[in-house]
Design a protein around this ligand. Sequence first.
Ligand code: BTN
Length: 256
Amino acid sequence: MSSNTYDTRRILKSQKARLIGRNIIIHEVVESTSSFLKDALTRGEVSSGAVAVANIQTKGYGRFKREWVSPRGGIYFSFLIKRFKRDITPLTLVVAYSVANTIHYLTGIKPSLKWPNDILINGKKIGGVLAELVGDNLICGIGVNINTEQTALPEELREKATSVFIETGKKLDLTDALLNLIQGIDKNLTIYKNKGFLYFRDRWLSLCPRWHDVIYSKIGKEKTVSLFHDISETGTLIIVDEDGKKQLFSGEISYE
Ligand code: BTN
């Protein structure tokens, strides 16, 4: 059954002792689930593993403080891991990989990945991941366009963004999709904790259509053409351009 809102009782029943999803806080409307967790953390009101979810965000944000348009029908959630001792670049890749896998499981469509945090279908963005550190606490936000109708997206995004509904014509049950996303991330974070990023490197690359192909990397304001050479053991992007091999720790790439 498809529903554009959450079944609170079912979500609360799913809470278990695990890395994330021990405590799920559901909002109808919130500025941003990540800002909510930051504030709650500052006030000492949330424990490690907490997840904040909202039907609508009024000030959702992504990388580079860009707006993350968050109408009803999408899934917006953030999780908190206290005393996070690892790097956030590989964590971002592991979470994006988990989201792509869950979308594949739910729809039969295999998304592709764009370093470091984009999940794409047919070259259009369907989801994104934003990992932030507050002291040594990790707050990781995930946005996925699930039942989002094209008219709910601003015109300037319609060429670049998509949703499960736009791609398949079918609406998913949001509760089911959210629980699958949380479980998928939780499972992979446990593997990441025990085995490290190397376990995911080849799996991530298998969803990246531009491995060993041309990409455009933006360093500062400059856009340069280069070759996507590899992903390192620490999740950094290795490119080759006219000056030779370079390692990108953050930044942005594009495929056109
Ligand atoms: C990106 O692609 O730049 C990352 C987008 C992350 C959006 C999610 S939606 C839930 C959480 N709350 C926010 O304000 N942002 C993240």
